[in-house]
Design a protein around this ligand. Sequence first.
Ligand code: AMP
Length: 279
Amino acid sequence: MQVCSNNQQMLDAVSTWKAQGKTIAFVPTMGGLHAGHLSLVHQAKANADKVVVSIFVNPTQFGKNEDFDHYPKTLEQDLTKLEACQVDAVFTPSKEQIYPNGYTSHVKAGSLAQGLCSKSRPGHFDGVVQVVHRLFEIITPNVAIFGQKDYQQLLVIRQMVKTLSLPISILSGDIVREQSGLAMSTRNQYLSVDEKETALKLYQVLIQLKQAVLKNQDLSVAIHNSKATLSQDFKIEYLSVLDANTLKSITDNTSKIAILCAVFLGSTRLIDNIIFNQG
Ligand code: AMP
């Protein structure tokens, strides 16, 4: 496994593979790797000849009062995990490699970035799109894999690729959960043992809400009830039931539904979702 800590090393690896006619699958991450990330790596391996994983905590997607400075950094353990998965290259650039002096990005997040996470994290998706576009520029993958865990992000990236006509297939990976049902997240490291117990209630409420939607119960009543339950343990940022393709209200044309939420448990922000077909 090659560890490329600067752009030139990464560009060299990519051009060698391209000269050999190999295809490349790419998994962007911010490190602090867990089984959710590794499931994307396995999916990448099944979809191309070579797999590149990036580890880069992107400053431009963090807000002023967010956890950029404290974001878990576990590079050594991450590399061991990726080596065990037989990843071909890990890209670990510095901030200067990604954003050299004078670098400006013309790429902005599209309409799907509006609402949901953007309400509390203005500019977040512009930062995401900026870094993903930059990484795509360097790695030029054939395929890139993103987790459904960050559902709005997945749609925003798909929209960017479509708008810019980039020749990259975007695949999504299912949410990997703890046995308790809690969606795996690097930020779960911030939770105390007691908070981890509480956190699993989030998924339980989402499942109950899904059942209510499938039974055609009044949507606003069902959401109200779920919020009432959630608010016993969490500070709710949003809980929404939307068309999974447009992230707008459900209409007669909706075929796929998304239940999306963001909550705070203490000072830790958790997001989760369930995507399912209209009954
Ligand atoms: P992050 O390191 O948080 O930026 O995440 C890197 C990628 O892993 C993103 O595409 C996430 O959606 C994905 N991811 C994070 N948590 C999970 C999970 N529990 N299951 C599957 N994919 C995940």
